[in-house]
Design a protein around this ligand. Structure first.
Ligand code: IPE
Ligand code: IPE
Ligand code: MG
Length: 264
């Protein structure tokens, strides 16, 4: 797990293209309502947007793409909508997994899978196994995911495996048990659909992520919209607690990162 340094324990290397992009795909229902269509029509269109975004991520050299598809609170929606979303997920897996594999994409799902029907759980496991060694892009779908669930399940599993840590533990002890232990922390977070909130997405992992909110509804989020977000990211100064002056003088920032590593 030490392949990926925690942003609070060490300063990561950053470049003009986010290595890890995490997206809350919001606004499907409103997109449909505006066209006098049922909400589910928006979800169906949303799947097409996902295809396009995956393609652009590969073209731009993004290594990890994480998509929030269903939150632990989305069970509160009308039964019919929940079951449509589950069918849509199953259908998308049936249709897309082979293509993901052909395109050298590693597929992962994070979230509490126990609540899904067993057929879906099995399909997810098969897709993860099939694509495990692919290396062009890691596509993670967050399904029945909640940031609080993640921190709690990680803590519980850590203490089961290492009961001696009940007396005290650090970030590095917990990290391997978090759902996204296989990825660096997100560099850029995008939420479409106009709301400016995290809605219990990756709470732990977003500690130093750049946040970008757009009014564009998810079904309308195309390559131009994604490029706009990336351009906004490129204008950000990622200080990780340091001053702007330190970033400009290379020497000073190297010192700071050594100090950060020591005190972590
Ligand atoms: C996001 O779109 C998709 C899911 C949460 C599954 P919404 O369904 O939340 O769309 P709005 O926010 O109602 O427009
Ligand atoms: C967040 O969207 C979850 C997903 C996109 C899967 P919601 O539409 O459920 O979020 P809230 O309820 O507006 O916060
Ligand atoms: Mg919504």
């Amino acid at each position: 797990m030490d392949r990926f340094k925690s942003t609070t324990r060490a300063i990561p290397e950053t470049g003009p293209i986010p290595r890890h992009l995490a997206i809350i795909m919001d606004g499907n229902g409103r997109w449909a309502r505006r066209r006098y269509l049922p909400r589910i029509a928006g979800h169906r269109r949303g799947v097409e947007t996902v295809r396009g975004v995956i393609r652009v991520c590969i073209e731009r050299g993004i290594e990890y793409l994480t998509l929030f598809a269903f939150s632990s609170e989305n069970w509160r929606r009308p039964k019919e909508e929940v079951s449509f979303l589950m069918q849509l997920f199953i259908g998308a897996l049936e249709q897309e997994v082979a293509k993901l594999h052909e395109n050298n994409i590693r597929f992962k799902v994070i979230g509490d899978l126990a609540r899904f029907e067993s057929r879906l759980e099995r399909m997810i496991e098969d897709a993860e196994r099939l694509t495990a060694d692919n290396s062009r892009l890691t596509l993670t779908v967050a399904a029945n995911y909640g940031g609080r669930w993640d921190v709690l399940q990680a803590t519980r599993r850590m203490l089961e495996a290492r009961p001696e840590l009940a007396r005290g533990f650090g970030e590095q002890d917990l990290a391997p048990y978090l759902a996204m232990h296989y990825a660096p922390e997100p560099d850029l977070f995008i939420r479409t659909g106009g709301e400016q909130r995290i809605s219990n997405f990756l709470l732990w992992q977003l500690a130093y992520t750049e946040l970008y909110f757009t009014d564009t509804l998810w079904p309308d989020f195309d390559s131009a919209a994604l490029d706009l977000a990336i351009r906004s990211y490129q204008k950000r100064e990622r200080r990780f607690g340091r001053t702007s002056e330190q970033l400009k003088g290379g020497e000073a920032s190297a010192d700071a990162s050594r100090v950060a590593e020591k005190s972590a």
